[in-house]
Each structure stands twice: as structure tokens, then as C-alpha cells.
Ligand binder design. Structure first.
Ligand code: NAD
Ligand code: ZN
Length: 405
């Protein structure tokens, strides 16, 4: 049965963080990442607001980017000893996703990571705590989604946990928090939001409830992301809302193989000393996947609708698809994001020789393709690739060659 699930409350706009003052409960645990939220004073503010609401507060800090299974298990132990009735996660996608997984383990201590990864197979949460997410990046929209992405470093694979049970109860989308993002983070998370919206719009699970959200998000990202990247704070504020609209769309319409490929390449070369950052991976793969998916007439038509909503021109769907791809590649260039893996430097910036040598990429290609096909995001992609096609697609993403199959 079609279902559209979003948080019960979404507080947005300037000073939305103050909503924490109105929470009712005894104990709140605040989950946070490395140091940005502390450094810019947002952590202190959040803690003060919760204390003002009469709650005892404990902090779980130091959650790393692309959080690990170990971090999740450790955090859940802290929760078990403190017994919070509110879990408040503040920061980018990483601390919020880790906190969602900790929440599952806190509610059901017997649960293994494998159990959590059974798609839409979680037991009922909220027997011990409710969940509030406060986003500080403008991309993942995890504050409103049914997803959490956790990395198994032993396997070098990112696993999405997916279930409406982990859609937060409350989302706080306060633009002030996103204003401190450095430009590179703006670029990556912004293209993540663009990819969410485009994949949601063409997903096989899209519907009348998700389409307008996806189109509105695509429009704002296409007009405002570059300015936000270049320091325009009004546009930065618009982006914070746009990524949340994209989140409401894709949490219900699901995603596609751009995300499958990003999940399975992200940490696959971590032994070479770097990750392919989630948003940058999406930005590089999206134009290639659009070209591949456009082989399906229905998907081609829908990409055409996106191009029309942006007034890109073109008289046939094929032409419109080309113009959409061109627009996205221009956006990457304006944001200093490489167009392909071969040119992806260890610092994520364009480089003549990226950090992944061709022979290593080729050696791991088959396994990555198999893993990408098995990713939870593949099922709702409008064109189902074979392993061979997935390998070819990944090679196009490596070399920036035309997708002609
Ligand atoms: N759950 C979902 O629906 C979903 C969707 C897409 C991606 N993801 C996952 O989310 C993670 C990426 O999250 P992210 O892109 O938000 O980045 P992040 O949370 O990994 O943060 C990246 C870095 O930016 C810093 N940072 C965060 N906010 C800042 C701010 N306002 N000012 C200055 N610095 C700041 C952090 O301290 C960190 O060092 C990945 O693991 C990805 O797979 C989840
Ligand atoms: Zn994403």
C-alpha cells in the first residue's frame, strides 16, 4: 500500500533550534560528530535549551564521518546506561545516521547489525525514546528520512538501513547551522540533494505526493547551489530548505543506482588513503546514470519533464535529456567537483591523476558491480542493469566516457 511518512513536526527557519526548549522528557542524549557543532556553539545551545526544558543531558561525541558499526554499538551502550527518553542528533548525515542505528540497538539490545540491515524489517521503536534530528549540512536530509547509512569497514561497504520506524519524530531545519559549512561541504552535500531529487522523480516508486517536492528541490538546487557555494548566505538558507524537500521526496519515493554505486565505491578504496565522498560520488555518477536510464522510454520522458521544469529547452525527450546532463556537468564544474573517478584527487578536487589507479579500479570492478546491484537502492531504479552493464557504467564513471548501451 502506498505510504507517505515524514516527521510529525518539522521546525524550520531562523532560530528553529529553540524548539528544543519545548520538549517534554526526563533525560536527553545528544549525539554529535567531531567538533564543528561544538566549535560554532550549536552544541552548547542545544544542551542549554534541553536543560531549560528540565531535562538531564548526556553527550555522545566524536561520531566520525561515515560512521562505523563499532561506533553504533558503543553509542548504544552509553544510551543503555543513561536510559534517555529523547535522542537528539545534531550535525551532518554522519552523526544523525549513527544515532538512528544506536536508537535501534538501544530499543532492542539483542539486535545485530545484520538484523538492522533487513530492508523495512525493523521492529517497533519508540518503546524507550523518541528521536529528534537537527541537520547542519544541506544534503542528506536524514532529519526527515527513513534511512541511515553505516559503514562496515571490514568489508569496505556502506549499508543503508531503511525503515519508516527510523523516520525521526522531530526534524529541526535551522539555516543558521548550515551557514558555517566550508565551500567544499556545500558543494558535496548540495549535489547529494540534487541526486536525491532527480532519483526520486524517476524512481519506480514515485507518486503524486513525492513529485512536487522533488521538482521544487531540483529547481532551487539548480538556481541557488553555485551562489551558496560562493558565499551567498540567502541562497545557502534556501538550499537548507530545498535539501529537506528532496528528503521528503526520496524517503518515500526511494532512490536509484547512482546511490547504489556511491554506496559501494565510497569506502572501497579506503586502503589507498581516501574515500570517494558521498555527494561527490553522486555528482560524478548522476549524468552517466541519466544517460543509461534514458534507454527506458518512461524514464526518458520524466527526465524531459525535469528539463522542462527548468526551462532548459529542447524539442524531443532525447534532446532534453542531453540538456539536463549538460546542466549537471556545468554545475559540477562550477563547484570544482571532478567529472570522473580517474580525476578524483585524494582531497576530492579535480586532479590529472586521481587517487585510484586504473589497474586497482579494474581489479575491484566486478565485486563493486555485484555489490552495487545488491544495494537497497537498485530495486526502484527505472532501468535494471545486468552485472555486465553495471561494470560498463562504472567504467564510464571512471573514464568519463559516453554511455552508449
Ligand atoms: N540517511 C540518509 O538518508 C542519507 C542520505 C545521504 C547520505 N547519507 C550519509 O550521510 C553521510 C554524509 O553526511 P554529510 O554529507 O552531511 O556529512 P558528515 O556528517 O559526514 O560531515 C562531514 C564533515 O563536515 C563537518 N560539518 C558538518 N556540519 C558542518 C557545519 N555546519 N559547519 C562546518 N562543518 C560541518 C563535520 O564535522 C564533518 O567533518 C554519509 O555517510 C552518507 O552515506 C545518509
Ligand atoms: Zn545521498
Amino acid at each position: 500500500m502506498p505510504r507517505f511518512t515524514i516527521p510529525r513536526d518539522i521546525y524550520h527557519g531562523k532560530n528553529a533550534l529553540e524548539a528544543l526548549k519545548t520538549f517534554q522528557g526526563k533525560r536527553a542524549v545528544v549525539c554529535v560528530g567531531g567538533n564543528s557543532m561544538k566549535k560554532f556553539g550549536f552544541l552548547d545551545k542545544a544542551v542549554a535549551y534541553l536543560r531549560e526544558a528540565g531535562m538531564e543531558v548526556r553527550i555522545i561525541e566524536g561520531i566520525e564521518p561515515d560512521p562505523s558499526v563499532e561506533t553504533v554499538m558503543k553509542g548504544a551502550e552509553t544510551m543503555s546506561s543513561f536510559q534517555p527518553d529523547w535522542i537528539v542528533a545534531i550535525g551532518g548525515g554522519s552523526p544523525i545516521d549513527a544515532a538512528k542505528a544506536m536508537w535501534i540497538k538501544y530499543e532492542y539490545p539483542e539486535t545485530t547489525f545484520e538484523d538492522m540491515c533487513k530492508i523495512f524489517g525493523l521492529p517497533k521503536l519508540r518503546t524507550k525514546a523518541r528521536f529528534c534530528a537537527v541537520s547542519s549540512t544541506s544534503g542528506t536530509a536524514t532529519e526527515v528520512t527513513a534511512f541511515s547509512v553505516i559503514t562496515d569497514y571490514a568489508k569496505g561497504i556502506k549499508y543503508p538501513i531503511a525503515d519508516f520506524e527510523i523516520t525521526p519524530d522531530v526534524a529541526i531545519v535551522d539555516p543558521e547551522l548550515a551557514r558555517t559549512m566550508p565551500p567544499k561541504l556545500v558543494a558535496h552535500t548540495g549535489m547529494d540533494a540534487m541526486t536525491h531529487a532527480v532519483e526520486a522523480y524517476v524512481s519506480t516508486a514515485h507518486c503524486a505526493y513525492t513529485d512536487p517536492l522533488a521538482l521544487a528541490a531540483i529547481k532551487t538546487v539548480s538556481t541557488d547551489l553555485t551562489d551558496s557555494y560562493n558565499g551567498n548566505m540567502e541562497k545557502r538558507d534556501n538550499m537548507h530548505d530545498a535539501q529537506c524537500l528532496a528528503g521528503m521526496a526520496f524517503s518515500n519515493a526511494l532512490l536509484g543506482i547512482v546511490h547504489s554505486m556511491a554506496h559501494k565505491t565510497g569506502a572501497a578504496f579506503a586502503d589507498l588513503g581516501a574515500h570517494i565522498i558521498h555527494g561527490a560520488a553522486n555528482a560524478m555518477y548522476l549524468p552517466k546514470v541519466i544517460a543509461f536510464n534514458a534507454g527506458n522510454p518512461e524514464a526518458r520522458k520524466r527526465y524531459g519533464e525535469i528539463a522542462d521544469s527548468l526551462a532548459l529547452g529542447g524539442s524531443s525527450d532525447t534532446e532534453k535529456v542531453k540538456l539536463l546532463i549538460e546542466m549537471l556537468r556545468k554545475l559540477n564544474a562550477a563547484l570544482n567537483i571532478p567529472q570522473c573517478i580517474k580525476n578524483y584527487g585524494p582531497d576530492s578536487l579535480p586532479a590529472e591523476n586521481g587517487f585510484i589507479p586504473e589497474e586497482i579500479f579494474r581489479a575491484r570492478l566486478h565485486d563493486i558491480a555485484v555489490n552495487a546491484l545488491a544495494d537497497a537502492c537498485t530495486g526502484s531504479n527505472p532501468r535494471q542493469p545486468t552485472v555486465e552493464e553495471m561494470e560498463k557504467l562504472l567504467l564510464c564513471c571512471y573514464f568519463d566516457t559516453e554511455v552508449d548501451f
